[in-house]
Ligand binder design. Structure first.
Ligand SMILES: [Zn+2]
Length: 270
């Protein structure tokens, strides 16, 4: 019922029933060590693609897992930097937090590329660091994480770049998908994000995998009963959801695979 009031958001995808049967799995709140890795392995077994709405802070802490998600061909979405509740957050703070998450995603991708390419990418890293110069204080962890990967001499050089060459963000964003934590965002916040090019991705099936008061069996039933062609299903690759997720995900993948469904990542044109 609520869906009717928010036509600018994506709740599920309308499919041509005669042509294809597709389900869109989404995983919120990662990357989380072990659980995200398990999720990726499980998806691979069923040749399933999905969309991971990542928390910027977690990407900062676990860049390798984040890059593994991308390497496996899944989509990435922004889920704010600190999992903010939009209803309880000032608009400016909220939007800034989304953009901060985007910076973390970019930095994780670039640090991964640089470790693969080596010294050649030093220029890129310096450039990336300079982007963060305006928020030097809040991003200090981010910067020190990158700098720690460099020799101290190069670290000094980067520091100089930060101090003297601030530059605006001019990279292509890593993702145009956004999901508000708790599904709670003010329409004024959503409007600003849409203006910045984000698509707001909600869901039509909530697995409730985070709900400790229900059984894993009940969680599976939620998913099997409510999923239809084109559904967007919410799971969480988080510690809280681990127990239910590990029970439900393989079973639902098997159930719908047998029924002829494929599992796709969400990819929307800008
Ligand atoms: Zn969340």
């Amino acid at each position: 019922m609520i869906q009717r009031f928010f036509k600018n958001y994506v709740w599920r995808f309308s499919m041509d029933l005669s042509k294809q049967k597709t389900i869109y799995l989404t995983f919120d709140d990662g990357p989380t060590p072990k659980i995200t890795k398990w999720t990726l392995d499980t998806l691979k077994q069923f040749n399933a693609k999905a969309t991971f709405f990542c928390i910027g802070k977690n990407v900062e802490n676990h860049p390798k897992i984040f890059n593994q998600i991308i390497a496996d061909g899944h989509s990435i979405g922004n889920h704010t930097h600190n999992h903010l509740n939009g209803w309880e957050t000032e608009n400016d703070t909220y939007i800034e937090n989304v953009l901060k998450a985007e910076e973390s995603l970019q930095l994780a991708v670039r640090s991964h590329q640089s470790s693969a390419i080596g010294q050649q990418s030093q220029t890129t890293i310096n450039h990336q660091l300079s982007i963060n110069s305006k928020k030097q204080k809040t991003n200090s962890n981010l910067e020190s994480a990158v700098i720690s990967n460099q020799s101290s001499a190069i670290g000094q050089q980067s520091q100089t770049t930060i101090n003297h060459q601030p530059s605006p963000i001019n990279h292509k964003p890593t993702t145009n998908l956004f999901r508000p934590p708790y599904g709670k965002t003010k329409s004024s916040q959503a409007k600003q994000l849409i203006k910045k090019g984000y698509k707001i991705i909600m869901w039509d099936v909530l697995s409730a995998d985070f709900d400790q008061s229900i059984s894993s069996k009940k969680c599976l039933d939620n998913v099997l009963k409510n999923t239809q062609n084109g559904s967007v299903i919410v799971f969480h690759d988080s510690v809280k959801a681990e127990k239910h997720l590990k029970y439900v995900l393989p079973k639902m993948l098997e159930y719908f695979s047998k029924k002829g469904y494929t599992f796709s990542n969400i990819a929307l044109p800008n």
